[in-house]
Design a protein around this ligand. Structure first.
Ligand SMILES: [Zn+2]
Length: 475
């Protein structure tokens, strides 16, 4: 059932957000300071956890406040919440038994992250916070050139999870009533049928996992798919340069990446200048830091992000740690928005592969190390799979000459240059890249510890083992 009031509230919130896109940096920073003060005051007044956590730090700048990790949040859940009626046990029970549109305590949306990091997280938001998350999703669409309002309908094709209780399917269905007409397809649907339905549908916007965009771009180039979307939005998984190039070859300069997390909502959105993703800095204060939580200069990759969600009230998030490795651009975007740009993403630290290091200990290798090599190959799909035997490079759909021995050598050399001891690499051909139960085809996955790489721009995706309640902009 569509919640018109919620959608209107999200659209209403978009108006001041649009105005802030024309602010100066100075104006934005003054706004951030005011909103931050209000958040900190609220947290200390209503959350017993924050009263202790920030004790004696009332006047301290944000950079001196302690880091909130997901495990600290989960360990102090009841105390951290600002509503004394919220108890972790009941939130968990709600997630397990939830039926239909019923809200937790009649008024809260609950989102959960998967356990890939070893710490599944639960995030509770009220109606106001949730409509704000929807507004950040609308902003991501709008910066990608879609003009959304109640009078203008856009034909959307959304290709996401296979799980009917999955957030994306539910959120998509809700929005279908609003932005009619929307074609929803599961990522696990056979490619030929996907192509046929898309040809019949002629979507103005294609919204899909990066790996699906890759497959469909190849179909378009081969002449079997014949659509002309004005916008192609990568909603999940790492959008590599290779996939982007192929999508641009297929449809033109209409490819946009997005970055959102279940924990913190919408974080980044690409504008039509394609210089990277703008941080939504009027919604969150985002610090790019190294392992020791020290700020990292623009132009250098950080090890994680610390996110302060300015509008968070139910579970205030102040310097909340996200293990995403991103790089801030050295310059501002020519579009004039006052928001800084992320110009490169390496993927999640927690989702990288670990190897024994030549120098002893363990070395972590980011997914981008592989995509730099694999993106140049004449294949329609690839996946790097780590198991007890070493690395298996899975390839499918070859469309040109490929020297397997040379490829294995390049991967080994790249790993050695990262400090990996004696990497074992095998090339294997498969009919298609195996999908996860969520219908994704991650570029990198490990069978060693059950950890699977999930891309960074996880808007609208969620593994099926993590039941959810919520809308269209969380993973
Ligand atoms: Zn821009």
């Amino acid at each position: 059932m569509v919640d018109i009031e919620l959608m209107l509230s999200a659209l209403w919130k978009r108006l001041p957000m649009r105005a802030r896109e024309r602010w100066t940096r100075q104006h934005l920073e003054a706004y951030q300071a005011r909103e931050l003060r209000a958040l900190r005051d609220y947290a200390c007044a209503h959350s017993p956890f924050y009263r202790e956590f920030h004790k004696g730090l009332y006047e301290a700048p944000l950079q001196n406040l302690p880091i909130l990790t997901k495990s600290i949040l989960m360990d102090h859940f009841d105390d951290l919440a600002t509503d004394r009626a919220i108890h972790l046990g009941e939130v968990k029970a709600y997630i397990e038994d939830r039926r239909g549109d019923e809200r937790f305590l009649g008024r809260y949306w609950v989102n959960s992250t998967s356990g890939t990091s070893g710490h599944p997280g639960l995030f509770v938001v009220n109606r106001d916070e949730w409509s704000m998350e929807l507004a950040t999703a609308i902003r991501a669409f709008e910066s990608a050139g879609l003009k959304l309002n109640l009078a203008r309908r856009t034909r959307i094709a959304q290709i996401t999870s296979t799980n009917p209780s999955h957030l994306s399917m539910q959120g998509g269905r809700d929005m279908a009533n609003w932005w009619m007409p929307t074609l929803l397809m599961a990522a696990s649907e056979p490619l030929a049928s996907m192509v046929e339905r898309l040809n019949a549908w002629r979507p103005e916007m294609l919204w899909a996992y990066a790996s699906i965009i890759h497959l469909l771009a190849d179909e378009q180039i081969a002449g079997r798919l014949k659509i002309a979307p004005r916008t192609v939005l990568s909603a999940s998984e790492l959008l590599t340069q290779g996939i982007r190039r192929r999508a641009v070859a297929a449809w033109g300069d209409v490819v946009f990446d997005t970055y959102a997390t279940t924990d913190c909502g919408g974080i980044g959105a690409e504008c039509d200048q394609h210089r990277g993703m703008h941080l939504q800095e009027d919604v969150s204060i985002i610090e790019v830091v190294d392992r020791d939580n020290q700020p990292v200069e623009p132009g250098v990759f950080g090890d994680k992000l610390l996110v302060t969600v300015l509008g968070s009230r139910t579970l205030p998030l102040i310097r909340y740690e996200l293990e995403d490795s991103v790089r801030l651009a050295r310059s501002m975007c020519p579009c004039g928005r006052p928001f800084r740009l992320i110009d490169a993403v390496r993927g999640r630290v927690e989702e990288s592969l670990s190897f024994p290091a030549a120098a002893g200990g363990v070395v972590t290798v980011h997914p981008i190390v592989f995509s730099n090599i694999m993106d140049t190959l004449p294949v329609s799909g690839w996946q790097v799979l780590q198991d007890a035997d070493g690395l298996h490079v899975l390839l499918c759909g070859v469309s040109g000459a490929l020297d397997e021995e040379k490829l294995a050598r390049s991967v080994r050399d790249a790993l050695k240059s990262q400090g990996v001891a004696n990497p074992v690499v095998e090339i294997e051909w498969v009919p298609s890249i195996p999908q996860t139960t969520a219908g994704k085809t991650p570029l990198v996955r490990s069978d060693l510890n059950g950890i699977e790489f999930r891309g960074i721009s996880d808007a609208l995706s969620r593994p099926p083992e993590a039941p959810i309640a919520g809308g269209p902009h969380a993973n």
